[in-house]
Structures are given as C-alpha cells and as structure tokens.
Design a protein around this ligand. Structure first.
Ligand SMILES: [Zn+2]
Ligand SMILES: [Zn+2]
Length: 356
C-alpha cells in the first residue's frame, strides 16, 4: 500500500488561468506517449494501468452472481425506485436547491453562477441519476446476496425490545464508520486512488460535487451495506433517513462558509470537508462523511480556522484533466478523459500519473 494523497503540493498560487490551445495540445488527456524509446510501438498493455482492471473484474463477477440469483429475491425495480428517490427524488432536489441558494449567500469562494465546475458537476449529476443508478443497484443487491449466502451467521436474530430508532441509530453510526473506512482505503491504496482522484479534482466546489465520482468507485463502498445486512432481521433504514444522510454529504461539498459552531466538532460541515479537498497540504485528513469521530479517533481531524475557510481545492499538478484547464468548455471530452483516467498507465519514471 502506498499513500498517494499525502504528496507535496506544488504551488499554484493566484487566479487559475485558462490554458492556451498550444499548451493544451501538449497536455492531452489521451496517452500520447505510446512510442517506445527505440521508436517502436509499445505493447498495448503498457498503455493501461492494469490494477484498475481488478475493480472492473469485481464488478462483473458480483453483478453476474446477482443476476444469476435473480438479485437474491429482491426487486430490482423497487430498489431502483428507492435509489432514485435518494439521488434525485423531490426531497433531495429541494435540499439541493436550498443548498445552492445558501452557497450563494455565504460563499467560501466567490464564483460565477454558471462556473465551469458547476456545469461539469451537473453533468455528473445527470450521469448518476441515469446510467450510474442501475449499476449501483445491481452492485448493492448482488453484494448483499453474496454476504448473506457466504456469511449467513452475520445476520443477527431478531432482538425483542430493541426499538426501531435504536436499530436506525446503530446502522447509521456503523454505516458512517464503513464509509470512513472505504474512503480511507481510497486514499491509501493507489489503485482505488486512481478512481477517487476524480472527486478531488474539483476546483470549483459546489453541492453537486458530491456526484463527481467515478462510477466504479462504488465497488469500494459496498462494505457500507454490511451493517444493514447484520441487522436485517431487526429492521431497515427508511428511505427518508437515507435522503437526509445524502443531503448532509451533499451539503458538506457546497461552496458555503459554514462550520456548524460547536456541532462542527461532531458533524462534518462544509468548512471541515473543504480541508479534505484542499489543494495544498495532505488530503488524507477529514475523511468523515457525516461524523467527525472517526477522524478524531485516527488523529486525522483538522478543524477549520479562518485560514482554511477559503482554501483553494483541487489536485496539485492537475494529474487528471479538469474542465478549468481547457481554453473553451469541452465538458463531454473532459468527462470522457476523466472516466478513462484511472486506466491510464503510471509514468515509469515517477511512478505517478502523468500531469495532463
Ligand atoms: Zn477523499
Ligand atoms: Zn468530498
């Protein structure tokens, strides 16, 4: 395992400038370095970061098992409906609209209403609501079925006297802890980081940045389903609760100067999560989704100060093409480059993804 997010930040002080077409031509996201030093063509595999294919393999195997088992008897359609309610249901859209207003009223950094980053993350929102949602449902149903079948003893019997709200509270805390663990792994395991760095590449944070994720990264977050499987016989988390949880996670990405006062020591605020996305300094801190306790227990909590509130966000050296780097808006081209980004080979000299 290699820490990939604690690398030193290279300074990019001042206003980010749009690159010229000439400089962009030298920084194409597509692999241009396919010529071997002797002038011959490299083998095709040398262009690909092979470990990234393992996440594809896991997804294919899981979904095949799920499909063959008819999703463990679960209804794909109703699971799909539930997820849609969480991602783009009326309550979620109302929350997102409210947060979009709040971040205009108390911005951490002033940005145009239609900043490129905002438009780009809107594309990711649409991608999530359409193509990614069925993938997540298929992965979730399949993973739960595999967990139930291979580890049936983890499902604890019904405990009389345990109130439903108690079950919800336990699942919430355990689920948030699992999210922290998966997020930690995203930062510690290079292969996972290659997929997670897309989320960190945003330089214009907004509430929609929560959707700026690689579709395959969801494989790493499947462990968050385990608490629900363990307590399956004792109750499930209502969809409304998941909507609220998703809203909290979305809000912490908003470009809002808000720290939640004393509650900010327990719950993740926009000012707290911004430190996780900072351009300069370690990013493997403040990994919490809703609760800060996991960061505090692992000595990875950095609480906001007046100096951190307006920090720039993004990745040093822009190892992944970002929408702010092109002279003209090229959202679809940039998005495609970002989605194939994890599969680009590493520079053999530096052992890092090459800046684009
Ligand atoms: Zn992260
Ligand atoms: Zn984030």
């Amino acid at each position: 395992m290699v820490s990939v997010s604690s690398f030193d930040a290279t300074s990019r002080s001042g206003e980010r400038v749009r690159e010229t077409s000439a400089s962009r031509a030298t920084t194409s996201p597509l692999p241009t370095d396919v010529q071997a030093p002797d002038g011959g063509k490299r083998r095709p595999t040398s262009r690909i970061y092979l470990p990234a294919l393992s996440i594809v393999a896991v997804a294919i195997v899981l979904i095949t098992i799920g499909w063959l088992s008819r999703w463990g008897g679960g209804s794909f359609t109703s699971a799909m409906t539930n997820l849609r309610v969480v991602v783009v249901g009326p309550a979620t859209l109302a929350f997102l609209a409210l947060f979009l207003v709040v971040e205009r009223l108390r911005p951490a950094q002033r940005r145009p209403v239609f900043a490129r980053g905002y438009r780009h993350d809107l594309l990711y929102t649409i991608l999530n609501a359409t193509l990614v949602a069925p993938l997540v449902v298929a992965l979730s149903l399949s993973f739960s079925e595999v967990a139930r079948r291979s580890l049936p003893w983890i499902v604890v019997p019904r405990m009389g006297g345990l109130p439903h709200w108690g079950v919800i509270a336990v699942i919430f805390v355990a689920m948030d802890g699992c999210n922290w663990l998966a997020h930690y792994a995203n930062h510690r395991i290079r292969m996972l980081w290659r997929f997670h760095e897309l989320h960190h590449s945003q330089e214009d944070m907004s509430v929609l940045t929560v959707f700026r994720t690689h579709p395959l990264i969801h494989v790493s977050y499947l462990i968050t389903l385990i608490p629900g499987v363990i307590l399956l016989s004792n109750g499930t988390i209502p969809t409304a609760f998941l909507v609220a949880y998703a809203a909290v996670v979305a809000f912490e990405h908003s470009n809002t100067n808000l720290g939640f006062g004393p509650l900010g020591k327990i719950f993740v605020s926009p000012n707290y999560h911004r430190i996780h996305h900072r351009l300069e300094g370690r990013q493997d801190v403040n990994l919490g989704f809703a609760l800060t306790i996991w960061d505090q227990m692992s000595h990875r909590a950095i609480f906001p100060t007046p100096d951190t509130i307006r920090m720039d966000t993004g990745l040093p050296g822009r190892p992944l093409l970002v929408e702010q780097a092109t002279q003209h808006p090229q959202h679809l081209r940039v998005m495609m480059a970002q989605l194939v980004g994890p599969f680009r080979r590493l520079d053999p000299e530096t052992d890092q993804a090459k800046p684009e």
